[in-house]
Write a protein that binds this ligand. Sequence first.
Ligand SMILES: [Zn+2]
Length: 133
Amino acid sequence: MSNSTLAVRPDEQPWTAEEIEQVRAELLGGIERLAAELKTSAVELQEMLAAGVDGAGNDQADIGSTSLERDAEMSLAANQRVLLEQSQKALERLDDGSYGVCENCDQPIGKLRLMAFPRATLCMACKQKEERR
Ligand SMILES: [Zn+2]
């Protein structure tokens, strides 16, 4: 394994094995947590859908808030799925050595930023540009 060749910014020290392990552990922990949350969301959604189908006893207000809850739950699940995919992709890139390179400008994202946000796929400059859009 030659993971020490992972990209860093010019003013940063090369990745150490410990730092790579830390990022990997962080990503793995996130994947585990997100997968568990997604499972819970799926169950809750199913329960909500089931409750919605025979909601004959509910009055209008109840039905309204149920569908709001369901929408919130669905967008939460969608977010978790995106985060999960990002984590898995980051792990793959960690393994193939392409981790830490900005997807937009091909410059190193920077170790400091990745240690704080292991899932980051954009450097700070590109991220800020994206948020301004
Ligand atoms: Zn960039």
